[in-house]
Design a protein around this ligand. Structure first.
Ligand SMILES: [Zn+2]
Length: 70
């Protein structure tokens, strides 16, 4: 199943605004790229939207699934 189309602007609030890019030597808007899927979360990489350099990483931990007691 594929997620339906997302209305424009839906993701804006989730974007990191800007990070310092060592290559541009200034703060740049960044793009987020999924780097790795880990058993307990996902590793994202931030890329400079101007030159494409990696400017940071973020790990998004997925909460453990609830344990259902019967
Ligand atoms: Zn850059």
């Amino acid at each position: 199943m594929r997620p339906g189309p997302v209305p424009p602007g839906e993701f804006e609030e989730f974007q990191a605004s800007a990070l310092f890019c060592p290559r541009c030597r200034t703060a740049r808007p960044v793009r987020e790229r999924l780097l790795l899927v880990l058993p307990d979360g996902e590793l994202y990489e931030y890329l400079c939207s101007v030159c494409g350099s990696s400017v940071g990483k973020r790990k998004a931990e997925t909460p453990a699934p609830p344990i259902l007691l019967s």
